[in-house]
Structure formats: structure tokens, C-alpha cells
Design a protein around this ligand. Structure first.
Ligand SMILES: NC(=O)c1ccc[n+]([C@@H]2O[C@H](COP(=O)([O-])OP(=O)(O)OC[C@H]3O[C@@H](n4cnc5c(N)ncnc54)[C@H](O)[C@@H]3O)[C@@H](O)[C@H]2O)c1
Length: 270
């Protein structure tokens, strides 16, 4: 505790009542866990995804748990849809916290990548975050806010083959986060980036299943090497990332800015 600040209880620091959070990629995996965790902390959720039925199912689940959530079907690959979403959002409905979590696992041999593949990867994983942040910052320039971006351990340590485009897009997310943290910290924005790794979600389970079904020796070896690097000796679950996002969004983290935070069971440290 700094000497000149009044002591605030931990519960009060973590309480998000009266705050609104916008979570992208909320229909599945880490985004879904974030929605459940933030709703539990008292935040009002705006859930955004391309998957409308996934959003409806999650909103129904939250309602059963006593939280109302707004949903928005937006294809983040299209800047026009991002801009339309923000234009339709009234000032009184603006989020206080923006979590850019949506992403696609774009796997392809580097030599086979064409412009369409690269454009899609960069649009969803990087450019959409660029435009989401721009809209958020423009609309909250006088009040500030919190942004949490989601990158990956692959942006720091390319471990798996065929992820050059994915890693490139996600390394851009780190540069974007740090640049914005530097430029907009003075305007009251706290902006940080999480690097998840080895989190069991529908998509990572699908990738693992594919590797086993193809029975490719190099893929299985990479999987084994990956597993043995996990200092905690296990994969994580989506809520373990959501808890870190909650910390970063809360007043526990008021002096955390431009941080690049791995949530990876120790993968990058071993
Ligand atoms: N799970 C992990 O171990 C891991 C590791 C590193 C990074 N990440 C990152 O964490 C984030 C979430 O990963 P996850 O494993 O939960 O993935 P997921 O595939 O389970 O969920 C991603 C969500 O993003 C949505 N989405 C995809 N394209 C979209 C588009 N064009 N417009 C709107 N929504 C779109 C999907 O519909 C889905 O609901 C991603 O950015 C991913 O790169 C995850």
C-alpha cells in the first residue's frame, strides 16, 4: 500500500459492480469463461462474437445465474461491421472495460500461405483489435478505461510448426498494446496484454485431436515437448485465464500498464 493512499478492502478492489465489460470471442473457450467470471464479479457484460447461437446460449446461462448480458453478432474480419457496432452503441451503453479475446488458430505451411489466408489471419487476430481499441479510446477519451488484449506464448516463442502467420499477427498485438499503453496512459487508459498457453478450449482440443488422428511423428513429438515444458505439469482451464483478466481489469492492478503477462503454466519460463 502506498503511504499516501487510503486502505481499500480487497473485496472492494475486485468488485466490478457498476462497470460494463465488452468481451470479444465470448461464445467459446477463454472468452466464455471471462464472461462468466466477470458477471460473477458484478460486471454487466456485452458479449460479441460471430457465433450467434453460442452467444445466445451463454446469455441464457448467465441469465439463469442472475446476470443479464447484451449480445452482438459481429464478424471481426470486417472493419465495416466493427464500425457499425460502435456507431450503434449509445454513449450511456459504452463499456468501461474492453477485452479483445477473439482469435483464429491459422495453421499453414509458410510456403503455402497466400494473400487471402494472410489477410484473414491478420484481420481477425490483429486488425480487429486495432479498430476495436481505436473506437473504444475515441469514445472514452475524456473518461479513460481498461483494455486487455489476448496474444499468445507463440508470439514470444514459436514452438509449433505452421504458425508463422498466427505468430506474426499475435506479435503485432503485443506491439499494439504497448504502443497504446504508452500513448494513452496519460489519458487514463490502462492497457495490458495476456499471453495464454496450453489452455484446454474447444479449439485447442480440436487441434490436439487432429494431431493424433493424423498420427504425424513430428506433431506428436512437438506435443510431447510442449507438455514437458509446462512447469506446472498440466494444461490450464479457461477460467484460469479469466481470473488473470479479472485481476488486470480490477483496481488491484491500478499501477499495471503495458504489461505482457503469460498465463501458461510456466511454459515460457522453463
Ligand atoms: N487456448 C489456448 O491455449 C490459447 C493459447 C494462446 C492464445 N490463445 C488465444 O486466446 C483467444 C481465445 O482462444 P480460445 O482457445 O478460447 O479459442 P476459441 O476458438 O474457443 O474461441 C474463439 C472465439 O472467437 C470467435 N471468433 C473467431 N473469429 C471471429 C470473427 N471473425 N469475428 C468474431 N468472432 C470470431 C469464435 O467464434 C470463438 O467463439 C484467441 O485469441 C487465441 O488465439 C489461446
Amino acid at each position: 500500500m502506498s503511504q499516501d493512499s487510503d486502505f481499500i478492502s480487497t473485496n472492494a478492489l475486485l468488485n466490478l459492480e457498476g462497470q460494463r465489460v465488452l468481451i470479444t470471442g465470448a461464445a467459446s473457450g477463454i472468452g466464455e469463461a471471462m464472461a462468466i467470471r466477470f458477471a460473477d464479479a458484478g460486471a454487466e457484460c456485452i458479449l460479441l462474437d460471430i457465433d450467434q447461437s453460442g452467444l445466445q446460449a451463454l446469455a441464457a446461462q448467465l441469465r439463469e445465474q442472475g446476470s443479464e448480458a447484451a449480445i452482438a453478432q459481429v464478424d471481426l474480419e470486417r472493419k465495416s461491421q466493427i464500425d457499425e457496432f460502435w456507431t450503434a452503441l449509445r454513449d450511456e451503453d459504452l463499456p468501461d472495460i474492453l477485452i479483445n479475446n477473439a482469435g483464429v488458430y491459422a495453421l499453414k505451411d509458410y510456403l503455402d500461405i497466400d494473400k487471402t489466408f494472410l489477410d484473414t489471419t491478420l484481420s481477425v487476430n490483429l486488425e480487429s483489435i486495432f479498430w476495436m481499441c481505436q473506437n473504444f479510446i475515441k469514445r472514452r477519451l475524456r473518461t479513460g478505461g481498461v483494455i486487455i488484449n489476448v496474444s499468445t506464448i507463440e508470439a514470444i516463442l514459436p514452438f509449433k510448426k505452421d504458425l508463422v502467420a498466427y505468430g506474426t499477427s499475435k506479435a503485432g498485438v503485443i506491439a499494439l498494446t504497448r504502443g497504446l499503453a504508452r500513448d494513452y496512459g496519460p489519458h487514463g487508459f490502462r492497457i495490458n496484454v495476456i499471453l495464454p498457453g496450453a489452455i484446454k478450449t474447444p479449439s485447442t482440443k480440436r487441434l490436439m485431436k487432429m494431431a493424433i488422428q493424423k498420427f504425424k511423428v513430428d506433431l506428436i513429438k512437438t506435443g510431447y515437448d510442449f507438455q514437458t515444458r509446462l512447469a506446472l505439469s498440466r494444461w490450464g482451464v479457461p477460467d484460469e485465464v479469466a481470473r488473470v483478466a479479472l485481476f488486470l481489469a480490477s483496481d488491484l492492478a491500478v499501477y499495471v500498464q503495458g504489461a505482457v503477462l503469460p498465463v501458461d503454466g510456466g511454459f515460457l519460463s522453463s
